[in-house]
Unconditional design. Structure first.
Ligand SMILES: Nc1ncnc2c1ncn2[C@@H]1O[C@H](COP(=O)(O)OP(=O)(O)OP(=O)(O)O)[C@@H](O)[C@H]1O
Ligand SMILES: [Mg+2]
Length: 406
């Protein structure tokens, strides 16, 4: 969720909370006021009609006297008055209120506000007066006042909300200086990446040149030595085999193998045809032959054949260095290499079950990890090197694949 949206929700929540509290306070105040008012009006009406009832008894025909009295009295505030004869016939009913005639508060609001007062009945000889408390006008007044203040409050908090957000937007808007700094930093980063990329390309070119020299010069010289040694061993020269010539041939053969291995490391097949899956499979095969005591588990997922030369080479070199590190430092019996292409990224990890590193990470003396990180960062990725999940050491990297949508 964006910062702006979070601020919006926070401000709206606070405003609505404030409005709800204000409304509830008003409703509660009105309810107590209505209870008090209707109770008082009802009590006064009872007293008044009680006195009138006693007087009417004195004057004989109470219902008739009372009828005339009530008619002349008209409506009493917040009470409905009815006169019934003993046989239940309604003789008189006070007129409805003309105040805000034809309107009522909503049922729910009325139910919430209605005071708890019972109907009062005053008995007369031959008749009875029923006094029903009627809070509907007071409740309507309360409804009008609560809705007016609620709407006013709503308008106020809406204006406050907008003003506050405009202010925050102004406050959080990046200044021109910020924008310029950001542009400069981005440019600097891009330049750094480009420099690293050029250095890596230069290093690879130099390796290629060295591989060529080694192969063409040393390789051919060693081959020549082997041929001569073999010839001497067969006794083709001055007649009779020269002692030690077979040994020279053997040493030259081993030197030849070493030169070839170094040439392969300096200029792996991946440089000729950038297929990461094939290159890693080759690397795995060679590793298993040369280090049968360390189990290598290779897991390749997704299409790794068209990653482009830069990425293929970077990942290959990183894997090469991580495997060399596992050999040099880990004393591991197992190494797991996993490379997969997923969600627009290339992810690779090399994890061993060796002695691992101290809790504060690997010591920073060598160049291997630094070089790996530089290669990965130059391609916009990230690299982590730390203790593995079950001890040992783990190097993991994640690189964005250009053109692959995440
Ligand atoms: N698999 C591993 N197990 C244990 N420690 C490791 C492992 N890989 C790296 N380290 C530690 O991290 C350090 C840094 O590794 P790095 O590859 O940067 O340097 P190096 O291998 O010592 O030297 P260089 O790679 O320059 O020849 C190593 O010296 C070692 O202490
Ligand atoms: Mg190293």
């Amino acid at each position: 969720m964006s910062l702006r949206l979070r601020l919006n929700l926070l401000v709206a929540g606070l405003n609505l909370g404030f409005l709800a509290a204000l409304t509830w306070l008003m409703v509660d105040n009105h309810r107590s006021a209505i209870q008090e008012e209707i109770e008082a009006a009802h009590r006064v009406t009872i007293q008044m009609l009680g006195t009138a009832a006693q007087t009417s008894r004195v004057f004989g025909s109470a219902p008739a006297v009372m009828f005339d009295y009530l008619k002349s009295l008209g409506r009493v505030r917040a009470n409905e008055i009815r006169l019934y004869s003993d046989d239940g016939v309604l003789r008189y009913e006070s007129p409805p209120s003309t105040y805000k005639a034809g309107r009522r508060a909503p049922d729910g609001f009325e139910a919430l506000m209605r005071p708890k007062l019972a109907t009062t009945v005053i008995g007369l000889p031959g008749a009875r007066i029923q006094i029903v408390p009627d809070a509907s006008r007071a409740i309507l007044d309360a409804w009008d006042s609560v809705t007016a203040i609620f709407l006013l409050g709503l308008g106020f908090v809406a204006v406050l909300h907008v003003a506050l957000l405009l202010f925050l937007r102004h406050l959080l808007r990046p200044t021109e200086a910020d924008a310029l700094r950001l542009v400069a930093t981005t440019r600097q980063l891009a330049e750094n990446r480009e420099v690293i990329r050029l250095i890596q390309t230069g290093v690879e070119e130099e390796r290629k040149r060295l591989a060529r020299e080694l192969h063409d010069e040393l390789g051919q010289s060693v081959t020549a030595i082997r041929l001569i040694a073999a010839s001497i061993a067969r006794g083709n020269g001055s007649g009779g085999a020269v002692p030690g010539s077979a040994k020279i041939d053997e040493i030259a053969a081993s030197l030849y193998d070493s030169v070839h291995r170094i040439v392969r490391e300096l200029r792996p097949a991946v440089l000729e045809q950038p297929d990461l899956a094939a290159a890693l499979a080759d690397l795995g095969r060679e590793w298993r032959v040369r280090h049968p005591e360390i189990e290598l588990d290779l897991k390749l997922e997704g299409d790794l054949g068209d990653l482009g030369e830069a990425m293929t080479l970077a990942v290959f070199r990183c894997v090469q260095e991580a495997l060399t590190n596992a050999l040099k430092h880990a004393q591991a019996s197992r190494v797991e290499l996993a490379v997969r292409r997923r969600d627009g990224r290339l992810e690779a990890s090399i994890e061993d079950n060796g002695r691992g590193v101290a809790a504060d990470g690997p010591p920073g003396s060598g160049h291997g990890l630094v070089g790996m990180r530089e290669r990965v960062v130059a391609l916009g990725g990230r690299l982590e090197a730390a203790a593995g999940a079950e001890g040992g050491f783990r190097v993991s990297m994640s690189l964005p694949l250009p053109g692959d949508s995440e």
